[in-house]
Write a protein that binds this ligand. Structure first.
Ligand code: ADP
Length: 318
């Protein structure tokens, strides 16, 4: 592995100018991070956080206000041509001419990139995204899932070492989401560095080696996925009781205690300060019998909620 990161971003800022009644907007504020080569990197954040702005700057579609960005070692100010060649961007929206076939879509895209005919690999790419049997069907006859895969194929035409997927599974059903995850893993296994933006926490946790979180244009986390999830340091226990609990128990180790259904309470407690046995003993000391119990570890969603709920100037933990 080379020392140069696949993408390197330093002090990146973007201010959209005021238009009409819309005030100026600081969409990215002093963002710095690296995407290591060979990884699946997640850019996570709620809607409006600044994810698309960042991707569009890398794609050369939005002009940054300040800072620097390099793709595969090529500075986007000084060497945009090479930076663009090193990156494939899969947009959110499906836009094809319905009367072209997938094969033609790829050939046309290769033409736009100036890939000589002898170096084109349209059929190989279609095979890689499991669309080879549809190579000569009209794009309009493809299912939603096939169209998404064709979008990915299109971004692979110039064989970029870095592939960016903007919300690849927004609005797709569970089965298709799993298929697309498999495809992303497959491409990564073949050596492509992947960056994906998502607001689905489950997707980031499942797929990404490393996750950066942006909120209100600020980078508030940048860590290996496992470390990020471990930050929660809390556990959730759901107890079903033999009768309704009128007064909920309290304890310094409890971060949250809620009645989630009749005779059922959910307690989130600090792993460093208590264990499930102590939590149950406390409930029983109120004279209640526990008839059922389940526990779960806190997940990325819990961490995300606690990080992004720190209003305004979020604490930087990167
Ligand atoms: P995300 O992709 O995380 O949903 P965006 O990058 O689309 O976030 O948006 C970040 C912020 O910048 C939002 O407040 C959005 O309204 C604003 N914004 C995005 N594009 C423009 C634009 N072309 N002009 C003005 N403001 C914009």
């Amino acid at each position: 592995m080379s020392e140069t990161p696949a993408i390197s971003i330093r002090n990146l800022a973007k201010r959209y100018a005021a238009v009409g009644r819309e005030p100026a907007k600081l969409a990215l504020n002093d963002i710095s991070f690296d995407v290591p080569e060979g990884k699946i990197f997640g850019l996570l954040g709620p809607n409006g956080a600044g994810k698309s702005t960042l991707i569009n700057i890398l794609a050369g579609l939005v002009k940054k206000t300040a800072g620097t960005a390099e793709v595969w070692g090529f500075d986007i100010d000084h060497d945009m041509r090479n930076a663009k060649r090193a990156i494939g961007i899969v947009p959110q929206e499906v836009v094809f001419d319905a009367f072209f076939t997938p094969f033609e879509v790829l050939e046309n895209t290769a033409g736009l990139y100036g890939v000589p005919k002898s170096l084109r690999r349209s059929m190989d790419i279609l095979r890689a995204v499991f669309l080879d049997d549809k190579a000569h069907a009209y794009a309009r006859t493809l299912s939603g899932g096939m169209k998404r895969r064709l979008l990915i194929a299109k971004a692979l035409v110039h064989a970029p070492p870095v592939l960016v997927l903007d919300e690849p599974t927004a609005g797709v059903d569970v089965e298709l989401r799993r298929q697309l995850w498999e495809l992303v893993r497959e491409m990564n296994a073949q050596g492509v560095t992947i960056v994906l933006t998502t607001h689905y926490l489950e997707e980031a946790e499942e797929l990404c080696d490393r996750i950066a979180i942006i909120n209100h244009g600020e980078l508030i986390a940048n860590k290996p996925t496992r470390e990020l999830v471990e930050m929660a340091r809390e556990k959730i226990v759901v107890l079903t009781l033999d009768q309704d609990m009128i007064e909920l128990p309290s304890h310094p180790a409890f971060r949250k205690c809620e009645r989630i259904a009749e005779r059922t309470i959910e307690i989130t407690y600090d792993l460093d300060q208590a264990n499930a046995g102590e939590v149950m003993a406390l409930v029983q000391s109120h004279g209640l019998a526990i008839v059922d119990v389940s526990t779960r570890e806190a997940d990325l969603e819990d961490v995300f909620v606690s990080l992004t709920s720190k209003a305004g100037h979020a604490e930087r933990i990167a």
